[in-house]
Ligand binder design. Structure first.
Ligand code: GLC
Length: 742
């Protein structure tokens, strides 16, 4: 058996090597035929004239440029027919180099999944991989070759609207999610007609923009960069990500697009990345606005020398690179390297063998009408919902309830359930395709249950005219479900908010309904952590429902009525007030730690606000209860060449089957640089039936103890470590310790 495995491994390896050599040869042969103008053409990407995800440069003659081989790629070209039109023109060019088509397939193509931050709350890597797999299958069937995903920016500031697009605040969780999403999108590898190229973005530290203001500056130590923000990108490289997208922000004074430290030293050098780097929309030309270069020509020079291979939409490369090469300022070798990287991907995708490979109408129809995709969307959506509170076990709603009032501005909405970065396909009737929250609950309630509705108010604005009707409807019910939150387009790109309270008069609506004395369940729809202290303190049951995709209504009903037991855990810390930001669980202790909310004097505490978050990273409840016991470590002392195992027992002591995300946190008590009070180092999502218990084991290896020291060496240091097993970062159930010996 072992021999067979070895032979199979050898065969596959040799096959991959042979394919690479074959493509390398084809790339060289083509490169040798290309003129300088055609080479520069491959480095340009333009948007189609339809949907734009950035400021469009009107320049009319796209088709002529394609026909002359002056364009290598396009984005936001929707549908097989449209893709075919542009590819037809590319086939009229001298060398018939196919275009490659990119699209922001961030959380689904036709089938829409929860926003990525919502999916991250599932802590279900398999589910996130499946979601990406389905998105790729549909996108590739729809003519898309390349998704600008996964977005893997660590985000610790909920004022930043793009936290909705990533995996939250934790580097360990974010790195695993990056891997899962890259593998999901790429399936069995490029060249398959259900696989798309991937794009790790935004390189790098875009999530650390000052003030949470999109596109703003970022300034941090190299140690913080290496420790917190780079690892998910290295995980994406290790997972085989096809391309990188650099970032709008400047980092320590250098725009990411013009940073050779990032793109050449780290990415293409240290990490030996062989794919290509695309700029973000216009970010090459935007270096003029940064004040980093004086004009488009210098922008092109700075970007190409820094390792940015493709210019999305700025025209800097198109207008300047030929001249820069002719005048000897840019070595043709740099151009050739960028062109090789891009051509390699086009060969790998099989586009030279068949430029219309992804333009199959029947395949598009089949992929867009697969019930398995809808089923998966519903399952992943229900796993993403986080039960923040459930006093008196008000949830799940009993089937005997006679009358339910369903109140709030989100109840009967359709498209907002998709959230930001959802794809708009012209042939889809979204009001039919999306299950609204009202539809979902209506479809699920028992025969004898009456469902009443009132909108109550809008998401924003100060109009309370609808309050009276809402209160009257609530009075007629046995229980009230409310669905409120921010508007779907209050988070996403260029959607930073200085105030992340629930907008408008929605919280006042909740107070008015609460005053009726009826039991209330509040659901909050959002693309980021919001502030809602009154609701959090006074409402018995709260669900965080993010933006759940086209199966939102069914997923919400599954949770409300207990068909699915909630299992989501927060991937980001929820602050009590904006003033607490930045706030994250894996902070340093400082010399004046505010160990509890009441230790104020001479500590890092605020004098006017509790120090703890409103809801902690990793927080999420269940309809059942889990008991943790019997922690054991296999070694009290561990050499850095060994590992130690921590085991414990978890038991379901409630009456519902449930999934629990058990979390392993470690603390390095003393280091050559200060170390966080705790760091997530492993987790498992465990399903247990009532009264069932399991022994869970985590293996602690030396690499889980490593960190970047002052010299940026990634290594562990001898000393004592705390071991914490928790249901959340602020809900540690079991503790242990061990000593690392070098
Ligand atoms: C946008 C976004 C980027 C996206 C690109 C193309 O500005 O920053 O994430 O992939 O442009 O839409």
């Amino acid at each position: 058996m072992k021999i067979n495995c070895l032979l199979l491994f050898a065969f596959i390896t040799l096959n991959v090597i042979a394919q690479k050599e074959n493509i390398d040869t084809r790339v060289e042969n083509l490169l040798n035929q290309m003129t300088l103008e055609e080479k520069v053409g491959q480095l340009n990407q333009y948007n189609d004239d339809g949907i734009a995800t950035g400021p469009v440069t009107p320049d009319g003659d796209k088709e002529g440029q394609i026909r002359r081989g002056e364009l290598g790629s396009m984005l936001n070209v929707i549908g097989v027919e449209r893709v075919r039109q542009f590819q037809d023109i590319a086939m009229q060019s001298r060398l018939r180099i196919p275009l490659i088509f990119g699209q922001d397939v961030i959380h689904g193509y036709k089938t829409t999944f929860p926003i990525p931050l919502g999916e991250a709350a599932s802590w279900d890597l398999k589910a996130m991989k499946l979601s990406a797999r389905i998105a790729a299958t549909e996108a590739a069937a729809g003519g898309v070759h390349w998704t600008f995903a996964p977005m893997i920016d660590i985000g610790r500031d909920p004022r930043w609207g793009r936290v909705m697009e990533g995996a939250g605040e934790d580097t360990y969780l974010g790195s695993l999610i990056a891997k899962a999403r890259v593998e999901g999108f790429m399936g069995n590898g490029l060249g398959n007609t259900d696989a798309v190229m991937t794009c790790a973005k935004h390189f790098v530290a875009y999530g650390a923009v000052e003030g949470g203001r999109d596109y703003n500056s970022v300034d941090m130590s190299d140690r913080m960069l290496w420790e917190t923000y780079l690892p998910p990108f290295k995980a994406a490289v290790d997972a085989g990500v096809s391309t990188f997208m650099n970032a709008f922000n400047d980092l320590n004074g250098i725009p990411a697009t013009g940073s050779s430290y990032l793109q050449r030293d780290i990415l293409k050098g240290k990490w030996n990345f062989e794919g290509f780097v695309v700029s973000d929309w216009g970010s090459v030309g935007q270096m003029i606005k940064h004040g980093y270069v004086k004009d488009g020509k210098e922008a092109a020079y700075a970007a190409i020398t820094a390792g940015c291979d493709m210019d999305m939409e700025s025209r800097s490369y198109k207008n300047n690179l030929v001249e820069l090469v002719k005048e000897g300022r840019v070595n043709i070798a740099l151009i050739d390297d960028a062109v090789r990287r891009i051509l390699y991907k086009k060969f790998e995708m099989g586009l030279f063998d068949d430029p219309y490979k992804f333009c199959d109408i029947q395949r598009e129809h089949d992929a867009f009408n697969n019930p398995e995709h809808t089923k998966a969307s519903r399952e992943i959506a229900s796993k993403s919902i986080v039960l923040l509170k459930n006093e008196n076990n008000l949830l799940p709603i009993s089937p005997d309830v006679k009358t339910i009032a369903f109140i709030g501005p989100m109840v009967k909405e359709y498209k907002p359930n998709l959230g930001f970065w959802a794809i708009e396909l012209p042939e889809v009737n979204y009001d039919k395709f999306i299950v609204s929250q009202w539809d979902g609950v209506q479809n699920r309630i028992s025969k004898g249950t009456k469902l009443l509705y009132a909108k109550g108010c809008d998401i924003d604005g100060d109009n309370k005219d609808g309050f009276a009707e809402a209160v009257s409807v609530a009075r007629q019910a046995d229980i009230v479900i409310m669905s409120i939150g921010e508007r779907w387009d209050m988070s996403g790109e260029a959607k930073s908010r200085s105030d992340i309270h629930i907008p408008g008069v929605q919280e006042e609506l909740v107070k008015a309904i609460q005053a009726t004395g009826k039991p209330i369940v509040v659901m909050i729809n959002a693309g980021r952590p919001l502030v809602f202290n009154w609701i959090a303190d006074n409402v018995p049951s709260i669900l965080y429902t993010w933006w759940l995709g086209n199966e939102a209504g069914n997923a919400i009903a599954d949770i409300l009525f207990g068909d699915v037991n909630p299992s989501g855990k927060l991937p980001m810390t929820f602050p009590r007030e904006v003033g607490q930001i930045p706030i994250y669980y894996n902070h340093f202790n400082t010399g004046h730690p505010a160990a509890t909310d009441s230790t104020l004097f001479y500590t890092t505490a605020y004098i006017d606000l509790k120090t703890s978050p409103k809801f902690a990273f990793g927080h999420g409840l269940s309809y059942t209860e889990f008991e943790y016991s019997d922690i054991k470590l296999s070694k009290g002392k561990m050499k850095n060449t060994e590992s130690t195992e921590v085991s414990f027992v978890i038991k379901n002591i409630g009456k519902y089957t449930g999934d629990e995300v058990v979390q392993l946190y470690l603390r390095d008590r003393v280091g050559s640089v200060v170390r966080p009070v705790k760091e997530l180092k492993d987790f498992k999502k465990i399903r247990l039936n009532p009264n069932e218990s399991k022994v869970i084991r985590f293996t602690i290896t030396n690499d889980k103890l490593c960190f970047y020291n002052q010299k940026l060496e990634y290594k562990s240091e001898p000393g004592e470590f705390d071991v914490m097993i928790g249901s959340a970062s602020d809900d540690i159930r079991l503790e242990g310790e061990f000593e690392l010996i070098h």
